[in-house]
Design a protein around this ligand. Structure first.
Ligand code: GLN
Length: 450
Protein backbone atom coordinates (compact mmCIF):
# COMPACT_ATOMS: atom_id res chain seq x y z
CA UNK A 1 0.00 0.00 0.00
CA UNK A 2 1.33 3.44 -0.93
CA UNK A 3 -0.48 6.63 0.14
CA UNK A 4 -3.48 4.55 1.17
CA UNK A 5 -3.80 2.92 -2.29
CA UNK A 6 -2.91 -0.62 -3.33
CA UNK A 7 -0.14 -0.80 -5.91
CA UNK A 8 1.49 -3.70 -7.73
CA UNK A 9 5.04 -4.12 -8.99
CA UNK A 10 3.83 -3.64 -12.59
CA UNK A 11 6.72 -5.57 -14.12
CA UNK A 12 4.69 -6.78 -17.10
CA UNK A 13 3.10 -4.79 -19.92
CA UNK A 14 1.65 -7.91 -21.48
CA UNK A 15 1.09 -11.42 -20.10
CA UNK A 16 0.65 -14.36 -22.47
CA UNK A 17 -0.58 -17.03 -20.06
CA UNK A 18 -2.19 -19.23 -22.70
CA UNK A 19 0.85 -19.42 -24.91
CA UNK A 20 3.13 -20.06 -21.92
CA UNK A 21 0.89 -22.83 -20.58
CA UNK A 22 0.77 -24.46 -24.00
CA UNK A 23 4.59 -24.60 -24.20
CA UNK A 24 4.83 -25.86 -20.63
CA UNK A 25 2.32 -28.63 -21.35
CA UNK A 26 4.26 -29.59 -24.46
CA UNK A 27 7.48 -29.96 -22.46
CA UNK A 28 5.60 -31.93 -19.81
CA UNK A 29 4.27 -34.35 -22.40
CA UNK A 30 7.75 -34.88 -23.88
CA UNK A 31 9.22 -35.53 -20.43
CA UNK A 32 6.43 -37.96 -19.54
CA UNK A 33 6.91 -39.93 -22.76
CA UNK A 34 10.68 -39.98 -22.24
CA UNK A 35 13.03 -41.34 -24.88
CA UNK A 36 15.28 -39.52 -27.32
CA UNK A 37 13.09 -36.42 -27.58
CA UNK A 38 13.09 -36.00 -23.80
CA UNK A 39 16.86 -36.51 -23.63
CA UNK A 40 17.34 -33.85 -26.28
CA UNK A 41 15.43 -31.18 -24.31
CA UNK A 42 17.44 -28.08 -23.45
CA UNK A 43 18.22 -27.81 -19.69
CA UNK A 44 15.99 -24.70 -19.61
CA UNK A 45 13.07 -26.33 -21.47
CA UNK A 46 9.86 -25.58 -19.57
CA UNK A 47 11.45 -22.77 -17.52
CA UNK A 48 9.28 -19.66 -18.01
CA UNK A 49 10.88 -16.46 -19.19
CA UNK A 50 9.87 -12.80 -19.42
CA UNK A 51 11.05 -10.67 -22.35
CA UNK A 52 11.88 -6.97 -22.23
CA UNK A 53 9.38 -5.14 -24.42
CA UNK A 54 12.14 -3.77 -26.64
CA UNK A 55 12.58 -7.23 -28.18
CA UNK A 56 10.09 -8.09 -30.90
CA UNK A 57 7.79 -11.10 -30.59
CA UNK A 58 5.33 -12.51 -33.10
CA UNK A 59 1.84 -12.91 -31.64
CA UNK A 60 2.51 -10.62 -28.67
CA UNK A 61 2.55 -6.82 -28.75
CA UNK A 62 5.85 -4.92 -28.64
CA UNK A 63 5.68 -1.33 -27.40
CA UNK A 64 9.27 -0.36 -26.44
CA UNK A 65 7.52 1.41 -23.54
CA UNK A 66 6.40 4.07 -26.01
CA UNK A 67 3.01 5.44 -27.02
CA UNK A 68 4.52 5.44 -30.52
CA UNK A 69 4.13 1.65 -30.67
CA UNK A 70 0.89 1.23 -28.73
CA UNK A 71 -0.85 -1.88 -30.03
CA UNK A 72 1.89 -2.64 -32.55
CA UNK A 73 2.50 -6.30 -33.39
CA UNK A 74 5.75 -7.42 -34.90
CA UNK A 75 5.39 -9.63 -37.97
CA UNK A 76 8.49 -11.60 -36.94
CA UNK A 77 10.44 -12.84 -33.90
CA UNK A 78 13.81 -11.51 -32.76
CA UNK A 79 16.55 -14.13 -33.18
CA UNK A 80 16.80 -14.54 -29.39
CA UNK A 81 13.06 -15.22 -29.24
CA UNK A 82 13.34 -17.81 -32.01
CA UNK A 83 16.00 -19.50 -29.86
CA UNK A 84 13.78 -19.39 -26.76
CA UNK A 85 10.94 -20.98 -28.70
CA UNK A 86 13.20 -23.67 -30.19
CA UNK A 87 14.43 -24.58 -26.68
CA UNK A 88 10.79 -24.59 -25.47
CA UNK A 89 10.96 -21.89 -22.80
CA UNK A 90 7.41 -20.70 -22.11
CA UNK A 91 7.33 -16.97 -22.85
CA UNK A 92 5.35 -15.36 -20.02
CA UNK A 93 5.03 -11.93 -21.57
CA UNK A 94 6.68 -8.58 -22.12
CA UNK A 95 8.23 -6.43 -19.41
CA UNK A 96 8.18 -2.70 -18.77
CA UNK A 97 11.08 -0.38 -19.58
CA UNK A 98 11.97 3.26 -19.93
CA UNK A 99 10.70 4.42 -23.33
CA UNK A 100 13.01 3.03 -26.03
CA UNK A 101 15.36 1.96 -23.19
CA UNK A 102 16.32 5.54 -22.35
CA UNK A 103 16.60 5.85 -18.60
CA UNK A 104 17.91 4.34 -15.39
CA UNK A 105 14.71 3.99 -13.38
CA UNK A 106 11.80 2.67 -15.51
CA UNK A 107 9.96 5.90 -14.73
CA UNK A 108 10.02 7.03 -18.37
CA UNK A 109 7.64 4.35 -19.68
CA UNK A 110 4.47 5.56 -21.40
CA UNK A 111 2.65 2.77 -19.49
CA UNK A 112 3.44 3.71 -15.90
CA UNK A 113 6.31 3.01 -13.50
CA UNK A 114 7.59 -0.36 -12.30
CA UNK A 115 8.26 -0.63 -8.56
CA UNK A 116 11.14 -2.30 -6.77
CA UNK A 117 9.95 -5.51 -5.05
CA UNK A 118 12.34 -4.79 -2.13
CA UNK A 119 10.64 -1.47 -1.41
CA UNK A 120 7.71 -0.43 -3.58
CA UNK A 121 8.36 3.27 -2.99
CA UNK A 122 11.64 2.90 -4.90
CA UNK A 123 12.69 2.44 -8.53
CA UNK A 124 13.80 -1.00 -9.78
CA UNK A 125 16.58 0.53 -11.90
CA UNK A 126 16.37 0.93 -15.65
CA UNK A 127 15.87 0.81 -18.40
CA UNK A 128 15.10 -2.88 -17.89
CA UNK A 129 13.36 -2.45 -14.54
CA UNK A 130 10.47 -4.67 -15.60
CA UNK A 131 12.67 -7.69 -16.34
CA UNK A 132 14.67 -7.27 -13.11
CA UNK A 133 11.58 -6.69 -10.96
CA UNK A 134 9.82 -9.71 -12.47
CA UNK A 135 12.75 -11.95 -11.53
CA UNK A 136 13.25 -10.36 -8.09
CA UNK A 137 9.52 -10.65 -7.27
CA UNK A 138 9.49 -14.35 -8.26
CA UNK A 139 7.09 -13.56 -11.09
CA UNK A 140 9.55 -15.13 -13.55
CA UNK A 141 12.66 -17.26 -12.97
CA UNK A 142 14.39 -15.81 -16.04
CA UNK A 143 14.16 -12.71 -18.20
CA UNK A 144 15.82 -11.07 -21.16
CA UNK A 145 17.08 -7.52 -21.06
CA UNK A 146 19.04 -5.17 -23.29
CA UNK A 147 22.10 -3.25 -22.16
CA UNK A 148 23.24 -0.12 -24.00
CA UNK A 149 24.77 1.67 -21.04
CA UNK A 150 23.89 -0.60 -18.13
CA UNK A 151 20.19 -1.43 -18.53
CA UNK A 152 20.66 -5.08 -17.56
CA UNK A 153 23.37 -4.68 -14.92
CA UNK A 154 22.09 -1.61 -13.04
CA UNK A 155 18.53 -3.00 -12.57
CA UNK A 156 20.20 -6.26 -11.52
CA UNK A 157 22.08 -4.36 -8.83
CA UNK A 158 18.97 -2.50 -7.67
CA UNK A 159 16.87 -5.66 -7.35
CA UNK A 160 19.40 -8.22 -6.09
CA UNK A 161 19.35 -10.23 -9.32
CA UNK A 162 22.10 -11.38 -11.69
CA UNK A 163 22.39 -9.43 -14.95
CA UNK A 164 24.79 -10.09 -17.79
CA UNK A 165 25.88 -7.91 -20.70
CA UNK A 166 27.58 -10.18 -23.24
CA UNK A 167 30.55 -9.22 -25.40
CA UNK A 168 29.30 -6.91 -28.15
CA UNK A 169 28.28 -9.07 -31.11
CA UNK A 170 28.00 -12.30 -29.10
CA UNK A 171 24.20 -12.23 -29.05
CA UNK A 172 22.26 -11.27 -32.17
CA UNK A 173 20.60 -7.86 -32.07
CA UNK A 174 18.19 -8.87 -34.85
CA UNK A 175 14.76 -7.92 -33.55
CA UNK A 176 15.95 -5.75 -30.66
CA UNK A 177 14.52 -2.31 -31.42
CA UNK A 178 17.70 -0.32 -31.93
CA UNK A 179 18.59 2.40 -29.44
CA UNK A 180 22.32 2.92 -30.08
CA UNK A 181 23.41 0.16 -32.43
CA UNK A 182 27.12 0.26 -31.61
CA UNK A 183 26.39 -0.20 -27.87
CA UNK A 184 23.24 -2.37 -27.64
CA UNK A 185 23.47 -5.99 -26.47
CA UNK A 186 20.74 -8.42 -25.38
CA UNK A 187 21.55 -10.39 -22.23
CA UNK A 188 20.24 -12.57 -19.40
CA UNK A 189 18.53 -11.66 -16.12
CA UNK A 190 18.30 -14.44 -13.51
CA UNK A 191 18.44 -15.25 -9.82
CA UNK A 192 21.73 -17.18 -9.94
CA UNK A 193 24.87 -16.97 -12.05
CA UNK A 194 24.24 -20.54 -13.26
CA UNK A 195 20.78 -19.66 -14.57
CA UNK A 196 22.19 -16.53 -16.21
CA UNK A 197 25.00 -18.57 -17.78
CA UNK A 198 22.61 -21.17 -19.22
CA UNK A 199 20.39 -18.47 -20.70
CA UNK A 200 23.38 -16.52 -22.03
CA UNK A 201 24.70 -19.66 -23.77
CA UNK A 202 21.27 -20.35 -25.25
CA UNK A 203 20.84 -16.91 -26.84
CA UNK A 204 24.46 -16.47 -28.02
CA UNK A 205 25.90 -17.50 -31.37
CA UNK A 206 26.48 -16.19 -34.86
CA UNK A 207 23.51 -14.77 -36.75
CA UNK A 208 23.81 -13.76 -40.41
CA UNK A 209 20.91 -11.33 -39.84
CA UNK A 210 23.07 -9.13 -37.60
CA UNK A 211 26.01 -7.61 -39.48
CA UNK A 212 27.97 -7.12 -36.23
CA UNK A 213 27.42 -10.69 -35.06
CA UNK A 214 30.57 -12.52 -33.98
CA UNK A 215 31.42 -15.94 -35.31
CA UNK A 216 33.17 -18.62 -33.31
CA UNK A 217 32.37 -20.75 -30.30
CA UNK A 218 29.92 -19.71 -27.60
CA UNK A 219 31.95 -19.59 -24.36
CA UNK A 220 31.36 -22.35 -21.78
CA UNK A 221 29.75 -20.16 -19.16
CA UNK A 222 27.80 -22.71 -17.11
CA UNK A 223 31.02 -24.70 -16.75
CA UNK A 224 32.82 -21.57 -15.51
CA UNK A 225 30.08 -21.02 -12.95
CA UNK A 226 30.26 -24.59 -11.69
CA UNK A 227 34.00 -24.28 -11.19
CA UNK A 228 33.72 -20.83 -9.52
CA UNK A 229 37.46 -21.12 -9.05
CA UNK A 230 39.22 -17.79 -8.57
CA UNK A 231 42.48 -19.06 -7.11
CA UNK A 232 45.31 -17.20 -8.77
CA UNK A 233 42.87 -14.99 -10.70
CA UNK A 234 44.05 -11.37 -10.79
CA UNK A 235 41.10 -9.12 -10.03
CA UNK A 236 41.62 -5.44 -10.80
CA UNK A 237 39.88 -2.80 -8.70
CA UNK A 238 39.19 0.18 -10.97
CA UNK A 239 40.51 3.20 -9.10
CA UNK A 240 38.09 5.58 -10.85
CA UNK A 241 34.96 3.56 -9.98
CA UNK A 242 34.82 4.01 -6.21
CA UNK A 243 35.05 6.83 -3.72
CA UNK A 244 33.35 10.11 -4.52
CA UNK A 245 29.64 9.80 -5.31
CA UNK A 246 29.48 6.17 -4.13
CA UNK A 247 27.32 5.57 -1.07
CA UNK A 248 29.08 4.36 2.06
CA UNK A 249 26.90 1.24 2.28
CA UNK A 250 27.71 0.38 -1.35
CA UNK A 251 31.45 0.73 -0.70
CA UNK A 252 31.21 -1.35 2.49
CA UNK A 253 29.62 -4.26 0.57
CA UNK A 254 32.18 -3.77 -2.21
CA UNK A 255 35.10 -4.12 0.20
CA UNK A 256 33.53 -7.22 1.73
CA UNK A 257 33.32 -8.70 -1.78
CA UNK A 258 37.04 -7.99 -2.26
CA UNK A 259 37.78 -9.72 1.06
CA UNK A 260 35.72 -12.74 0.07
CA UNK A 261 37.49 -13.03 -3.28
CA UNK A 262 40.88 -12.66 -1.62
CA UNK A 263 39.93 -15.40 0.84
CA UNK A 264 38.97 -17.61 -2.12
CA UNK A 265 42.49 -17.24 -3.49
CA UNK A 266 42.17 -14.30 -5.88
CA UNK A 267 44.87 -11.68 -6.10
CA UNK A 268 43.42 -8.17 -5.76
CA UNK A 269 45.30 -5.46 -7.65
CA UNK A 270 44.48 -1.83 -8.44
CA UNK A 271 44.16 -0.58 -12.02
CA UNK A 272 44.06 2.95 -13.32
CA UNK A 273 41.58 3.99 -16.01
CA UNK A 274 42.10 7.76 -16.28
CA UNK A 275 39.84 8.28 -19.33
CA UNK A 276 36.79 6.93 -17.49
CA UNK A 277 36.31 10.49 -16.28
CA UNK A 278 35.03 11.29 -19.79
CA UNK A 279 33.02 8.10 -20.35
CA UNK A 280 29.67 9.51 -19.29
CA UNK A 281 30.12 12.60 -21.47
CA UNK A 282 31.11 10.51 -24.48
CA UNK A 283 28.24 8.08 -23.95
CA UNK A 284 25.63 10.83 -23.71
CA UNK A 285 26.80 12.15 -27.09
CA UNK A 286 27.25 8.84 -28.94
CA UNK A 287 24.08 7.25 -27.61
CA UNK A 288 21.72 10.15 -28.48
CA UNK A 289 23.43 10.55 -31.88
CA UNK A 290 22.79 6.95 -32.82
CA UNK A 291 19.31 7.01 -31.26
CA UNK A 292 18.30 10.13 -33.19
CA UNK A 293 19.12 8.29 -36.39
CA UNK A 294 17.55 4.96 -35.32
CA UNK A 295 14.31 6.63 -34.22
CA UNK A 296 13.88 8.49 -37.52
CA UNK A 297 11.89 5.52 -38.80
CA UNK A 298 8.99 6.37 -36.47
CA UNK A 299 7.45 8.73 -38.97
CA UNK A 300 3.74 8.01 -38.60
CA UNK A 301 3.78 6.11 -41.87
CA UNK A 302 5.72 2.92 -41.39
CA UNK A 303 5.01 1.83 -37.80
CA UNK A 304 2.48 2.14 -35.04
CA UNK A 305 0.84 5.38 -34.08
CA UNK A 306 -0.23 8.04 -36.58
CA UNK A 307 -1.54 11.35 -35.30
CA UNK A 308 -2.96 13.72 -37.89
CA UNK A 309 -2.26 17.44 -37.47
CA UNK A 310 -5.16 19.70 -36.63
CA UNK A 311 -6.24 21.78 -39.61
CA UNK A 312 -3.99 22.68 -42.49
CA UNK A 313 -2.70 20.47 -45.28
CA UNK A 314 -1.85 16.80 -44.65
CA UNK A 315 1.75 16.95 -45.85
CA UNK A 316 4.13 14.20 -44.85
CA UNK A 317 6.20 16.64 -42.77
CA UNK A 318 3.15 17.78 -40.79
CA UNK A 319 1.91 14.21 -40.20
CA UNK A 320 5.40 13.24 -39.08
CA UNK A 321 5.58 16.27 -36.79
CA UNK A 322 2.25 15.69 -35.05
CA UNK A 323 2.90 11.95 -34.75
CA UNK A 324 6.32 12.43 -33.18
CA UNK A 325 5.10 15.23 -30.91
CA UNK A 326 2.38 12.99 -29.49
CA UNK A 327 4.15 9.62 -29.73
CA UNK A 328 7.45 10.34 -28.01
CA UNK A 329 7.92 11.23 -24.33
CA UNK A 330 10.13 14.02 -22.96
CA UNK A 331 13.29 11.97 -22.41
CA UNK A 332 13.19 10.54 -25.93
CA UNK A 333 12.67 14.01 -27.41
CA UNK A 334 15.53 15.38 -25.29
CA UNK A 335 17.89 12.76 -26.70
CA UNK A 336 16.73 13.15 -30.30
CA UNK A 337 17.39 16.88 -30.05
CA UNK A 338 20.80 16.31 -28.43
CA UNK A 339 21.71 13.71 -31.03
CA UNK A 340 20.66 15.66 -34.11
CA UNK A 341 22.52 18.68 -32.75
CA UNK A 342 25.70 16.68 -32.13
CA UNK A 343 25.54 15.21 -35.64
CA UNK A 344 24.79 18.47 -37.45
CA UNK A 345 27.31 19.83 -39.94
CA UNK A 346 29.66 22.23 -38.22
CA UNK A 347 29.35 20.51 -34.82
CA UNK A 348 30.10 16.96 -35.87
CA UNK A 349 33.86 17.11 -35.20
CA UNK A 350 33.53 19.06 -31.97
CA UNK A 351 30.98 16.70 -30.40
CA UNK A 352 30.55 13.33 -32.08
CA UNK A 353 34.15 13.24 -33.29
CA UNK A 354 35.55 14.03 -29.83
CA UNK A 355 33.27 11.47 -28.23
CA UNK A 356 34.57 8.80 -30.62
CA UNK A 357 38.13 9.70 -29.63
CA UNK A 358 37.25 9.31 -25.96
CA UNK A 359 35.78 5.94 -26.83
CA UNK A 360 39.16 4.85 -28.19
CA UNK A 361 40.91 6.12 -25.06
CA UNK A 362 38.55 4.08 -22.89
CA UNK A 363 39.27 0.98 -24.95
CA UNK A 364 42.98 1.65 -24.43
CA UNK A 365 42.44 2.04 -20.67
CA UNK A 366 40.78 -1.38 -20.63
CA UNK A 367 43.57 -2.90 -22.75
CA UNK A 368 46.15 -1.62 -20.27
CA UNK A 369 44.10 -2.73 -17.26
CA UNK A 370 43.77 -6.23 -18.69
CA UNK A 371 47.55 -6.62 -18.83
CA UNK A 372 47.57 -6.25 -15.03
CA UNK A 373 44.35 -8.10 -14.22
CA UNK A 374 42.33 -10.99 -15.68
CA UNK A 375 39.01 -9.51 -14.66
CA UNK A 376 38.01 -6.09 -13.30
CA UNK A 377 35.64 -5.30 -10.47
CA UNK A 378 33.59 -2.31 -9.28
CA UNK A 379 30.26 -1.55 -7.64
CA UNK A 380 27.62 -1.86 -10.41
CA UNK A 381 25.97 1.39 -9.38
CA UNK A 382 27.13 4.16 -7.04
CA UNK A 383 23.86 4.00 -5.10
CA UNK A 384 21.17 1.58 -4.02
CA UNK A 385 17.66 1.98 -5.49
CA UNK A 386 16.48 5.57 -5.05
CA UNK A 387 12.92 6.71 -4.28
CA UNK A 388 10.49 7.05 -7.20
CA UNK A 389 10.43 10.62 -8.48
CA UNK A 390 13.73 11.61 -6.82
CA UNK A 391 15.58 12.38 -10.07
CA UNK A 392 12.50 13.19 -12.13
CA UNK A 393 13.43 16.71 -13.11
CA UNK A 394 17.19 16.27 -13.03
CA UNK A 395 18.29 14.28 -16.09
CA UNK A 396 21.95 14.84 -15.25
CA UNK A 397 21.59 13.23 -11.81
CA UNK A 398 19.89 10.29 -13.53
CA UNK A 399 22.73 9.97 -16.07
CA UNK A 400 25.34 9.94 -13.25
CA UNK A 401 23.88 6.68 -11.99
CA UNK A 402 25.35 4.95 -15.08
CA UNK A 403 28.94 5.95 -14.40
CA UNK A 404 30.18 2.42 -13.63
CA UNK A 405 28.29 0.51 -16.31
CA UNK A 406 28.86 2.71 -19.39
CA UNK A 407 32.59 2.09 -20.02
CA UNK A 408 31.94 -1.59 -20.86
CA UNK A 409 29.47 -0.65 -23.61
CA UNK A 410 31.85 1.91 -25.09
CA UNK A 411 34.56 -0.78 -25.28
CA UNK A 412 32.29 -3.69 -26.28
CA UNK A 413 33.50 -5.84 -23.38
CA UNK A 414 31.34 -8.21 -21.30
CA UNK A 415 30.04 -7.36 -17.84
CA UNK A 416 28.14 -9.18 -15.14
CA UNK A 417 26.39 -7.79 -12.07
CA UNK A 418 25.86 -10.14 -9.14
CA UNK A 419 24.18 -9.50 -5.77
CA UNK A 420 26.64 -8.33 -3.13
CA UNK A 421 24.47 -8.15 -0.01
CA UNK A 422 22.29 -5.38 1.36
CA UNK A 423 22.76 -1.81 2.51
CA UNK A 424 19.96 -0.56 4.74
CA UNK A 425 17.77 -3.38 3.49
CA UNK A 426 18.37 -2.67 -0.21
CA UNK A 427 20.45 -4.75 -2.64
CA UNK A 428 23.97 -3.74 -3.71
CA UNK A 429 25.41 -5.03 -6.99
CA UNK A 430 29.00 -6.02 -7.71
CA UNK A 431 30.14 -5.78 -11.33
CA UNK A 432 32.78 -7.91 -13.04
CA UNK A 433 34.23 -6.90 -16.41
CA UNK A 434 36.30 -9.11 -18.70
CA UNK A 435 38.10 -8.75 -22.04
CA UNK A 436 36.18 -9.25 -25.30
CA UNK A 437 35.00 -12.88 -25.71
CA UNK A 438 36.17 -13.73 -22.17
CA UNK A 439 32.68 -13.60 -20.64
CA UNK A 440 33.46 -16.87 -18.82
CA UNK A 441 35.93 -15.06 -16.55
CA UNK A 442 33.24 -12.67 -15.33
CA UNK A 443 30.90 -15.61 -14.64
CA UNK A 444 33.63 -17.56 -12.83
CA UNK A 445 34.38 -14.61 -10.55
CA UNK A 446 30.69 -13.77 -10.09
CA UNK A 447 29.93 -17.35 -9.06
CA UNK A 448 32.69 -17.18 -6.44
CA UNK A 449 30.71 -14.48 -4.66
CA UNK A 450 27.48 -16.51 -4.52
N1 GLN B 1 20.63 4.42 -18.37
C1 GLN B 1 21.30 4.46 -19.64
C2 GLN B 1 20.59 5.42 -20.55
O1 GLN B 1 19.67 6.00 -20.14
C3 GLN B 1 21.40 3.09 -20.22
C4 GLN B 1 20.24 2.65 -21.00
C5 GLN B 1 20.36 1.28 -21.55
O2 GLN B 1 21.32 0.55 -21.27
N2 GLN B 1 19.42 0.93 -22.39
O3 GLN B 1 20.96 5.60 -21.67
Amino acid sequence: TVDGGEVGIHAFLHVSAEEALRTAAEVDAIRTTGGAEADALHPLAGVPIAVKDLIVTEGQPTTAGSAMLQGWMSPYDATVVTKLRAAKLPILGKTNLDEFAMGSSTEHSAYGVTRNPWDITRIPGGSGGGSAAAVAAFEAPLALGTDTGGSIRQPGAMTGTVGGKPTYGAVSRYGAIAMASSLDQIGPVARTTEDAALLHELIAGHDPRDSTSLSGEVPALAEAVRSADVSGLRIGVIKQLQGEGYQEGVLARFHEALDALRAAGAEIVEVDCPSFEYALGAYYLIMPSEASSNLAKFDGVRYGTRVLPEGGPLTIERVMGSTRAAGFGDEVKRRIILGTYALSAGYYDAYYGSAQKVRTLIQQDFDAAFTKADVLISPTSPTVAFPLGEKDDDPLAMYLNDVATIPANLAGIPGLSVPGGLSEGLPVGIQFLAPIREDARAYRAGAALE
